[in-house]
Design a protein around this ligand. Sequence first.
Ligand code: NI
Length: 183
Amino acid sequence: MSILKIAKMGHPILSQKAKLVEDVQHQAIKKLVLDMIETMIDSSGIGLAAPQVYQSVRIIIFKVPLERMGKGEENIELTTLINPVIEILSAEKEEGIEGCLSLPGMIGMVPRNKHIRYSGFSIDGVMIEREAHNYHARVVQHECDHLDGMLYPSRMEDLKSFGYVDEIQKSEINLHLKVEEND
Ligand code: NI
C-alpha cells in the first residue's frame, strides 16, 4: 500500500464527472481502494473520493465517528462504495460544518439532505445498501459530490461562513468571551 498525493481545489480532476468502474473486483481497483484507505488514515480524514487522488473513477471511502452518530444509531465502520448511488428520502435539509482534504485548513456551513438511502459495491464486490440520517447522510453526500465534480463551497448558501478553521475558531472564542462579558 502507499500514501497517495491529494489533489487540491483548482485542479481540473476535481471538477470532472468520474467514470463508472466496469469491473468492481479488478485487482487494480482493490489496490486503489487500499491506497485510498491508507491515504485517508494518514491525513486524518473521515472520507475520500477517488478523484481526490487523481483517479477519475466512481469510488468513495468513509467512516462515521461514533460521537457523530445519533442515539440508537449503529457505528459505521470504514466503508468502501464502488459506483455508489444515492436516493433522497426526504427533502428536509440541515446545515452543518464541512471540511475537505482538497481544501486543507478550511471549513464552511453546508446544507444537506437529512435522510437518504445509498448503495454501492464493497471492495469484495458485495452490494451494500443502507439508509442514513444526519451526519452519516452528510458524509456520503459530500463524497458522492466529488464523483460529479462538485466541492462543498458550491453547495453553500452563505459564503460568509466559509473560511480558515483557525480564524473561525478564534472568532468563535472571541464571540464566546464577549457573551460572557455581557452576562
Ligand atoms: Ni471532500
